[in-house]
Design a protein around this ligand. Structure first.
Ligand SMILES: [Zn+2]
Length: 68
């Protein structure tokens, strides 16, 4: 490897829970403190409303990951 070679990782492309990069179409959810994580990685965590922090019984909002 030539000196100066660098591999760039976009910070947002890494799940803060499992530290595995997201792939397009991965089911993701937003943790109130950690930000975007895999939905599966947040399974079992308490669900709260993002705007109020109040506990919720509702289903977790998930969305497919889309790379920039
Ligand atoms: Zn993850």
């Amino acid at each position: 490897m030539k000196s100066g070679t660098r591999i760039a990782l976009h910070r947002l492309d890494l799940c803060p829970v499992c530290l595995v990069g997201f792939s397009a179409g991965d089911s993701c959810a937003t943790d109130i403190e950690l930000g975007t994580c895999h939905a599966a990685c947040l399974e079992g965590a308490p669900v709260v409303y993002l705007d109020t922090g109040e506990p919720s019984d509702g289903p977790v909002t998930t969305f497919p990951y889309e790379p920039d």
